[in-house]
Design a protein around this ligand. Structure first.
Ligand code: ZN
Length: 288
């Protein structure tokens, strides 16, 4: 008995030493075979054997489908969500849907996929649901001193291109922090149908300048009563009310609104009976 046990003890390490080189050999052969073969998911019938099309070949997504309804000469409300916060997808979107509202989302393209911000899939999903996706530059720079001619091009044209490559059509531009730059409107006109600022005020219908759309930014101090006042002024003046939300959460930070207040504000919007439209719909109704 003693000798058999010893035999097992001495043979086991030998087998282990043989097994390791065999495993390495097996993996190497598989690796090189794999390298020389197309992976299964590459479709041979695609041009370029499944490689992505050249950048220039990426088609520009079609404009938002809007129902051409004539403007009945009433005031109009547009609900904006700036900066693509994650809570705008997880909290605002379902609440907006419960009221049957669609909104406009202003996306700083380099924020996407970062912590607390939406993913590209979420932005595309909102577009699919009929939301208007607007460009909000790439880096959301708020200091005009940081913009030279090259930066303006990088931020405005670049963000349009980033969105386009993600299959997202951006017909509106939203300036970060409402920043005013020389030539910003001329560049915006190359790609966008309109530009929204954060300059408080109502916008005429039809707008005097579609590259200067006003908007009221809501903060943690905004009340349901403030919204009620804005809505009754919209009704009386027959103008366009753009209201701007940022994150919808309980953080209490300056530009946040709690989910309860947000719901109560939307309740006021619904009770006003005013049409809630996205910007492309507004322009298509006014100018058609
Ligand atoms: Zn912003």
């Amino acid at each position: 008995m003693k000798s058999r046990v010893r035999l097992h003890i001495t043979r086991l390490p030998l087998l282990t030493w043989l097994g390791l080189p065999l495993l390495v050999l097996y993996l190497s052969v598989n690796y090189f075979l794999g390298e020389s073969r197309n992976p299964d998911w590459v479709r041979a019938d695609l041009p370029g054997n499944g490689t992505l099309p050249a950048e220039a070949a990426i088609p520009t997504p079609p404009p938002l489908q809007t129902t051409p309804v004539p403007w009945d000469r009433r005031g109009i409300v547009t609900i904006w969500f700036d900066d693509a916060w994650q809570t705008q997808y997880t909290i605002s979107l379902p609440i907006m849907e419960s009221f049957g509202f669609r909104g406009a989302l202003a996306v700083p393209t380099l924020a996407i996929n970062n912590e607390n911000y939406m993913s590209w899939a979420q932005v595309r999903r909102m577009q699919f649901k009929g939301w208007e996706i607007a460009s909000h530059t790439r880096n959301h720079i708020c200091e005009s001193a940081k913009f030279d001619e090259k930066t303006v091009d990088y931020e405005l044209n670049g963000s349009y291109e980033d969105l386009r490559r993600q299959g997202i059509r951006a017909d509106f531009f939203v300036s970060p922090c409402g920043i005013e730059l020389p030539g910003i409107r001329e560049i915006a006109k190359q790609h966008y149908l309109g530009l929204r600022t954060v300059e408080p005020g109502f916008t005429d219908l039809p707008p005097k300048d579609v590259y200067f759309i006003n908007g009221f930014t809501l903060t943690n101090e905004s009340t349901v009563g403030d919204i009620r006042t804005l809505l009754s002024e919209t009704k009386a003046s027959l103008k366009w009310l753009n209201i701007i939300f940022h994150s919808i959460d309980e953080s209490g930070s300056k530009y946040s609104v709690t989910p309860d207040t947000f719901s109560a504000m939307l309740e006021e919007v619904r009770n006003s009976g005013l049409p809630v439209l996205v910007p492309s719909e507004v322009l298509s109704r006014i100018f058609k």
